[in-house]
Design a protein around this ligand. Structure first.
Ligand code: PMP
Length: 355
């Protein structure tokens, strides 16, 4: 049941209104957006409308600042490839963190959630808006470094929280985090996009080769429009659901809420000391709830994530961490039920350990 799906930071269900807008482009409106004939022109018009809608969602000045890519992963790789002296925060998603390591880019030092430096010369600083594991937030504009460009991975903020790209030079996002389809995203560039990473076609002004995925682009545009129109409602839903889970857990001992002072209301990261997060995820699944242990991207691995490592979370808290993430279709009632279910699991598992 969709209201028991609490893993919206991993991906969100496609809004039926988005699906409706996409369907013609999987059928009769199949044209290649770069073709000159009528089917091509119809596809092109739909792509340009989507570009306008995404630009509006982000508060961009002009739709031409948006280049469609396959997702935030590609946008993040593109950026790091273009800036040899980039420095990223230690809390970035693995599409930046692992890429930075592979390419020999630097990682900023930190004290808890506070970012330090960089004390060395850099050509780009990258600081995410909302962390996908714990929901912590940063204002990237506070990390502008003299002489360096500023990039922010806004994947967990776009379409959920009010976002303005005005103080940024570049931003990455994915459509499927705000009820659009998977495999589509965008890179915002205030001035020119970086030199292309994918060559071999004229698409996207020559900055990103490859036949445009028109149905997905249309879907991302529709999702952006709905997200902008309904942001207050969606935000209220997330806040109410978060409060309902926490309300059901009130008084639960040895429990911590991660994510700092003012985490995104959409992501609730909880650590229960002495319990194994994966066991909670499995028990929640048996009760019909979808939640995640840490980041879905790394939840198939048993290694502590680089985010938790950078925060220096103690092992017995680390192991008992789960992520509950909210979306448009969650309800306060299903959120309370999830909180109660978690509470029962935690109490039972602790009692078993004690006996
Ligand atoms: N950045 C962040 C913050 C994310 O949460 C994700 C998705 N988990 C990505 C980048 C990558 O997005 P995608 O898999 O759609 O490329």
């Amino acid at each position: 049941m969709i209201e028991r799906y609490f893993d919206n930071a991993a991906t969100t269900p496609v809004d039926p209104r988005v699906r409706e807008e996409m369907l013609p482009f999987l059928g009769e409106a199949f044209g290649n957006a770069n073709s000159l004939h009528e089917p091509g022109r119809r596809a092109r018009a739909a792509v340009e409308l989507a570009r306008e809608r995404v630009a509006r969602l982000l508060g961009a000045e002009d739709p031409s600042q948006i280049v469609f890519v396959s997702g935030a992963t590609e946008a993040n790789n593109w950026i790091l490839n273009a800036f040899p002296k980039a420095a990223i925060s230690p809390f970035e998603h693995s599409s930046l963190f692992d890429t930075a390591r592979a390419l020999g880019r630097a990682v900023l030092p930190n004290e808890g959630l506070k970012l330090l430096g960089p004390p060395w010369p850099v050509d780009l600083v990258s600081v995410m808006a909302v962390n996908n594991e714990i929901g912590a937030r940063w204002d990237a504009s506070k990390h502008r470094h003299p002489g360096a460009s500023l990039h922010s991975d806004i994947t967990q903020a776009a379409g959920k929280l009010p976002v303005s790209v005005a103080p940024l030079d570049f931003a990455s996002l994915s459509g499927h985090k705000f009820h659009g389809p998977k495999g589509i995203g965008a890179l915002y560039s205030r001035e020119s996009p970086p030199p292309p990473m994918l060559l071999g076609g004229e698409q996207e002004g020559g900055f990103r080769a490859g036949t445009l995925n028109v149905p997905a682009i249309v879907g991302m545009g529709a999702a952006a429009q709905i997200a902008l129109d309904e942001m207050d409602n969606d935000l209220q839903t997330a806040q109410a659901c978060r409060a309902a889970v926490l309300g059901a857990l009130e008084g639960c001992t040895e429990m911590r809420v991660n994510g700092g002072e003012s985490p995104s209301p959409y992501i609730l990261s909880l650590s229960f000391r002495g319990v194994v997060g994966e066991t909670l995820v499995i028990e929640a699944d048996q009760a019909g709830f979808a939640i995640s242990s840490g980041a879905a991207c790394s939840s198939r691995s048993t290694e502590p994530s680089h985010v938790m490592t950078a925060l220096g979370i103690e092992p017995d808290w680390l192991k008992g961490t789960v992520r509950i993430s909210f979306g448009r279709y969650n309800k306060e009632s299903s959120s309370s039920e999830l909180g109660l279910s978690l509470r029962r699991s935690v109490e039972r598992l602790r009692a078993m350990r004690a006996s």
